[in-house]
Design a protein around this ligand. Structure first.
Ligand SMILES: N[C@@H](CCC(=O)N[C@@H](CS)C(=O)NCC(=O)O)C(=O)O
Length: 214
């Protein structure tokens, strides 16, 4: 078996699952989708993930979607890679992080990038985007507070939470938000810079054509 196949789009939320697979150190393959071109809504991809979103992880005839599920699955499938906390409370905190990020940061950011999901009246888009930008900043502040002790997110040990955090850092830093990350979120930025030192992160950023946090 050649390992699972990850369907991803450069710089999208699938970045977290992509890094986790690379960190796991086992064989896997990737298929790149162009979201701007609408690949996610093409018949070929809808046959894999009828929700029309990335990421999707395919193992034979089995398909798993949702970053938080894929991250947990990859970590548990490769226990030797140490990507999931060993103790019960560490696991609970890792789950807390994955839930926090997937149910707060992700949908808030979607209001900035894809306001058409939330209103049909295009005149309403700027207001939705401006409020969502504020809210995304507030969420980033709450994340910064939790990272303020420094180091990796859970118990000071690297886990799949860390690449998920990096994904939302890149979005906050990127053209849709342009937050001054070092100034507003110094602990999270130190975390992003530490991520940028990891070989797996460098490999994945190069494959996706992204700039590493500096
Ligand atoms: N709840 C899903 C959300 C996945 C999602 O929204 N992915 C975005 C990229 S970040 C996507 O595929 N968007 C394409 C579209 O909306 O057409 C997860 O956490 O994995």
């Amino acid at each position: 078996m050649t390992g699972p196949t990850l369907y991803y789009a450069p710089g999208a939320c699938s970045l977290a699952s992509h890094i986790a697979l690379e960190e796991a150190g086992a064989p896997y393959e990737t298929v790149r989708l162009n979201l701007q071109a609408g690949d996610q809504r093409g018949a070929a991809y809808l046959a894999i993930n009828e929700r029309g979103r990335v990421p999707a992880l395919v193992e034979g005839a089995w398909v798993l979607t949702e970053n938080s599920a894929i991250l947990r699955h990859v970590a548990r499938a490769h226990p030797d890679a140490g990507l999931w906390p060993e103790n019960l409370r560490g696991q609970a905190i890792a789950d807390e992080w994955l839930c926090w990020l997937s149910t707060n940061h992700h949908p808030t950011y979607a209001h900035i990038r894809r306001p058409g999901r939330y209103a049909t009246d295009e005149d309403a888009f700027p207001g939705i985007q401006a409020k969502a930008l504020d809210t995304y900043g507030d969420l980033c502040t709450m994340t910064e507070v939790r990272l303020s002790n420094g180091g990796w997110a859970v118990d000071g040990r690297y886990s799949v939470v860390d690449p998920y955090l990096l994904t939302f850092w890149t979005w906050a830093h990127g053209p849709a938000c342009r937050f001054d990350m070092g100034e507003r979120f110094p602990a999270w930025t130190a975390h992003a810079r530490a991520m940028a030192e990891r070989p797996a992160v460098r490999t994945v950023f190069a494959r996706e054509g992204l700039d590493l946090p500096a």
